[in-house]
Design a protein around this ligand. Sequence first.
Ligand SMILES: [Zn+2]
Length: 363
Amino acid sequence: MKKATITLLILLFSLPLLAQEPPKSDTLRGIRGWFQHLKDRRTIIVHDTIYIVTEIDDEEDLDIEEDPEDEVVGANKGGIPMPFDTLNTDDKYQKVILFDNGSWIYYDIPKPDLPDFISNDHWMTDQVHAYYDVNVKDLPEELDIVLCDSVHGWHIPGYGKMVSTYKVRKGHKHQGVDLGIPHGEPIYAAFDGIVRVALPTKYTGGYGNVVVLRHANGLETYYGHMSQYIVETDDIVKAGEIIGYCGSTGRSTGPHLHFETRYMGQSFDPERIIDFENGTLRDTVFTLKKHYFSIYSHEGQSDKESEVAATQVPPKNVTYTVKKGDTLSSIAKKHGTTVKKICKLNNISEKKTLKIGQKLIVK
Ligand SMILES: [Zn+2]
């Protein structure tokens, strides 16, 4: 509380300056929402140093702290102070709203309500893939996944044309879609969720600066190649919240968002849930079928076609060139696999000494 008080004293001193500036356009949308909210509670009047509530004519409890030492001031009795800008606090779910009469209040933004179990299983924050010990064959044949409802919304992960689809590309599995978004443009959380991974390029084996969100329905969404991410592990994010900015970090030849959708670590075509061309969610409930996990299965196929496609054997040819300081376990970690699996693929012993420049099959 002390910390917040200090922040606010500084804000107050800068009020006259701020008062002359119009609200920044990127905050306008948010403010309009809050205007509405404030109008609903038109009896709130706030003094400019401490929150003071006067004339509450409904019995509703208000989210405002009172300082008993301060006098109640009806500075603007009868009139409604109009909000003109917002300021961030240390807590992203709390803003300061500034009014045209020089007063301000804290405003708590509702946090998405997420169940605790979401981070109980396979919760790994230092590597991109957490479910590498889960086999497709152990997953259910079919599963209904609720993508959004009246409380939990969704948002397009970024505004850009699709430049690459979910498919085998140049002999490699491309397990997501690429959206051509200009460098520095925002990347949004597709659904409410919790940040499992926010890692820089050097730990992510091709994904570049990447964020992985886990959602309450069991899905995870991946956002790769960002120039910068602005969330950290354990942050709760709302659908539509900016999590970073588009870039070209990692294995990438130009700015784009690499977007993946996964269930228990298994990827499926993101176009199955989002129509990127029209910027719409295909449905609020998604029936995920086991054969969707094949890289050859994609949106637009009939179930029969998808089932047939899924019988093809996918390429297993992700190779990695050993660099200074690498160990089998660091390479395994980077690629979401195990030392055992790498050794089996390369027919080497787990005790083998690696040479710099040596090529290893990792998947
Ligand atoms: Zn991609």
